[in-house]
Ligand binder design. Structure first.
Ligand SMILES: Cc1cc2nc3c(=O)[nH]c(=O)nc-3n(C[C@H](O)[C@H](O)[C@H](O)COP(=O)(O)OP(=O)(O)OC[C@H]3O[C@@H](n4cnc5c(N)ncnc54)[C@H](O)[C@@H]3O)c2cc1C
Length: 409
């Protein structure tokens, strides 16, 4: 009988398989897609933000929910360990803005190939078959059943089936069903790191336009819960781009109306300095129409939105604009407000929030507390993080904990 069956040849499963074969375990990975690592291959816009150089505290700070669960796994396999692991595997890495680590080649496919080759070279097997169920007797997992009805036995089974986002990559929530068959509870899978649909849609001209060097603040019931400098992209029905995706991670999809997004279009200037700048422009171009002067302050794509929100006629000569109207304009430029209406669907989400209830999983080993010999790793668990390489770090370090436990390190 083999030592280990891994269900899912994604980030967590492939990584776990390499660790296991290097420790001398006999391993079979079952992958239901025609190739392994389909999601891994599209991470980081095809460049794979594999981890972050941040220390354990930084990683914990970037975990959106249930960070405490990761404490042991991260202590056992830090971001520095991820970097050494992949460099030793022949994938040289580089660090970019925000401590984000990428392959030097800028190719996520290099990461997938390195993992796949390492498994095969060390004698591990990859079988392209869908797993349809677990073989369980007396609360002990004995193996898996594949879609062709065949039974496969192993001393240990690791579920690394991912979450429910980007289902075309193979993550369709099968792991939740397996978990439920042995009595686990599933925290409702919901989208995280996804565009935000807004109530206001007065940015039609700016659709697919990216605004850089702005500050986005997310407010819940008027209290700021997230704020960062960066970029947003206007999408058909709301806000996408890096900052909006991260902000979405803090939004409870079941109560979106509690949240507001405030964009500061001029984060380098406080209100007084911005007013001084506008006064100067109004003085220098006193006979010009408002829209022409405003164009000097904002990109043309968002000009119609700002004009409309200011309530000032586009052709009003700026020397006729009142102090009150100017104060309102400053307020709009510093606090461009959008009310959240919904989050885009889980199909578009970078990660799934929710998953296998962590109260039923041992954090040191990622082993089921309900079923012997059964482990859960990666996104199938109810833990998720912001962007920056942290979600892959979760996938790697949880798999590491499971393999460590199986080998009795
Ligand atoms: C567009 C995009 C970009 C991203 N970029 C980044 C990034 O740059 N950095 C980062 O840290 N995170 C990123 N993420 C998140 C990251 O990719 C995931 O968190 C990570 O891949 C989760 O790993 P996993 O192994 O748990 O699941 P997955 O990588 O989803 O792998 C699960 C595997 O299990 C297989 N499977 C499922 N059910 C079965 C079954 N019944 N039988 C057999 N096989 C099965 C699936 O086909 C799949 O191959 C990104 C996600 C997306 C969608």
């Amino acid at each position: 009988m083999q030592d280990l069956i891994i269900v899912g040849g994604g980030a967590s499963g492939l990584f776990g398989a390499v660790q296991a074969v290097y420790k001398g375990l006999s391993v079979t990975v079952f992958e239901k897609e025609k190739k392994v690592g389909k999601k891994l291959a599209i991470t980081g816009k095809g460049r794979c933000n594999i981890t972050n150089i941040g220390d354990n505290k930084t990683v914990m700070d970037n975990i959106l929910r249930n960070s405490k669960f990761l404490y042991s796994s991260l202590a056992g396999f830090s971001t520095a360990d991820t970097i050494s692991f992949f460099e030793n595997l022949g994938v040289p890495l580089k660090t970019e803005r925000g401590g984000r680590v990428f392959p030097q080649s800028d190719k996520a496919s290099d990461v997938v190939s390195a993992l796949e080759n390492a498994i095969k070279q060390a004698g591990g097997k990859i079988v392209f078959q869908k797993v349809s169920g677990l073989i369980v007797e007396n609360s002990k997992c004995l193996g898996v059943v594949t879609a062709d009805g065949k039974k496969h036995f192993a001393n240990n089974v690791m579920i690394a089936t991912g979450g429910m986002s980007y289902p075309k990559t193979g993550s369709t929530g099968d792991g939740y069903k397996f978990a439920q068959t042995v009595g686990h509870n599933i925290v409702e899978p919901l989208p995280s790191l996804v565009p935000i649909t807004t109530v206001q849609r007065d940015f039609e001209n700016a659709v697919e336009f990216t605004l850089k060097n702005i500050k986005l603040s997310l407010l819940k019931n008027n209290k700021t819960i997230y704020s960062e400098l960066g970029e947003i992209t206007f999408v058909k029905d709301g806000l996408g781009g890096a900052l909006s995706l991260t902000a979405s991670g803090y939004i409870d999809p079941n109560s979106c109306s509690d949240y507001q997004i405030i964009i500061d279009l001029k984060p380098a200037l406080d209100e007084k300095k911005l007013d001084t700048r506008i006064c100067r422009d109004f003085k220098n171009f006193s006979n010009m129409e408002f829209s022409q002067v405003l164009r000097k302050l904002v990109p043309k794509e968002i000009l119609p939105m700002i004009l409309k929100r200011s309530g000032i006629a586009y052709n009003k000569p700026v020397n006729q604009i009142t102090a009150e109207q100017r104060a309102n304009l400053v307020n709009i430029l510093k606090h461009l407000k959008f009310d959240a209406k919904a989050l885009h669907s889980i199909n578009e989400a970078i990660v799934t929030r929710g998953g296998v209830n962590l109260k039923e999983i041992d954090p040191k080993t990622c082993k089921s507390k309900l079923c012997e010999n059964l482990y859960f790793c990666g996104e199938v668990l109810d833990i998720d993080a912001t962007t920056g390489g942290y979600n892959l770090q979760i996938a790697f370090c949880t798999a590491n904990s499971a393999i460590k436990a199986m080998c009795g390190w």
